[in-house]
Design a protein around this ligand. Sequence first.
Ligand SMILES: Cc1cc2nc3c(=O)[nH]c(=O)nc-3n(C[C@H](O)[C@H](O)[C@H](O)COP(=O)(O)OP(=O)(O)OC[C@H]3O[C@@H](n4cnc5c(N)ncnc54)[C@H](O)[C@@H]3O)c2cc1C
Length: 385
Amino acid sequence: MDLDFSPEDQAFRAEIRTWMQANVPPKAGPEIGLPNHRETQAAWEHKLGKKGWLACNWPAEYGGPGWTATQRYIFDTERALAGAPPFSPFGLMMLGPVLMAYGTPEQQSRYLPKIASGEEFWCQGYSEPGSGSDLASLKTQAVRHGDRYVVNGQKIWTTQAHWASYMFCLCRTNTDVPKQQGISFLLIDMRAPGIEIRPITTIDGEHHLNEVFLTDVQVPVGNLVGQEGQGWTIAKYLLTHERTGLAGIADSYFQIGELHGAVNRDASLADDPLVRRRLAALEVDLLALEFTNLRTLDRVARGEPLGAGSSGLKIRGSELQQAISEAQVELGGLSALPWLGEVSTGDPVFRTATQRYNFLRACTIYGGSTEIQKNLLAKLLLGTN
Ligand SMILES: Cc1cc2nc3c(=O)[nH]c(=O)nc-3n(C[C@H](O)[C@H](O)[C@H](O)COP(=O)(O)OP(=O)(O)OC[C@H]3O[C@@H](n4cnc5c(N)ncnc54)[C@H](O)[C@@H]3O)c2cc1C
């Protein structure tokens, strides 16, 4: 959307656009969900880290560029429109804000610079078999022995665990108190003895996810974030940041642009009023979501809490990502049928559409399912339990 930016913000946008055009690697576009090649992703994040733009949502005192909410919005939009992949979110969007709010000065100086430079990837060890929506029931246990915790248990659906240097992990440290009060937030070195990572292949045919088994893993007590038993409060703080980022609006604009391009290259689609109406409806929905997002950014910029806003953005953002991918498959027709690199002469946008469609079935589940977000909305807005 072309907003009425101030002259300073217009100059900022021109600077970002020029840099993106010169620096986005060819074919780095957001193929499906999260990009799947560690080297490509790491090289791109290093480049942005060197420029000082990777930790784009961080204040200057912690190594970010210290941009305003409007500048961050412009940056993310220009990044997506240039076809560059989203960043691996776990260190930048989730752990970073947590360490700034709850970390010790030692934890901040040890971990934040390497996240901001793109040197260290993180993964999120929250979910377990049987503890997804009901996360507070998690069973992975950390027992303190002197200056260490000994951790035993299993995590599942751990995105990019096979890339990560570290995992931030929710563990049970007390079984004698109500379940929310017995959880602690630990930082775990993925190279520690006792960690086993097993891949899970998803419905798009790719390896994004893993099971992580922890057997007698030793974690220094200095890697506890906040107080023992404060993990649930920290986890909830992190999840509001995670959900806001999951609306994926800038990337949806990129995907609609791609779809527009493919439709315009095929007269049988371009001349069909039903096709044009479908594209227009998607764009109107996206525009409405963007306005909601801008209102949320405005509240954040004024220091107000995110509240229910992040759940609403997550629900609509993920529904729209799915609707756009559905349109890409249905309008692609035969061109969208090839699977995982099978030869096709169809438009390149349609050739990867089915894989993207399949992966995006997950976006109404990860980061808290749509049903759970609706429960949260009901609780926060209507005061129901
Ligand atoms: C692609 C992908 C990536 C992921 N990455 C990570 C990661 O990096 N780290 C991590 O820790 N986890 C990750 N997850 C896990 C994700 O957070 C969980 O899958 C999610 O929280 C749902 O939990 P579950 O799978 O156990 O389903 P369940 O909690 O068993 O839910 C099953 C169904 O029941 C519904 N349901 C459950 N409880 C309620 C209720 N109270 N009211 C109404 N409906 C309800 C749910 O909406 C869902 O439809 C990922 C998941 C996916 C699919």
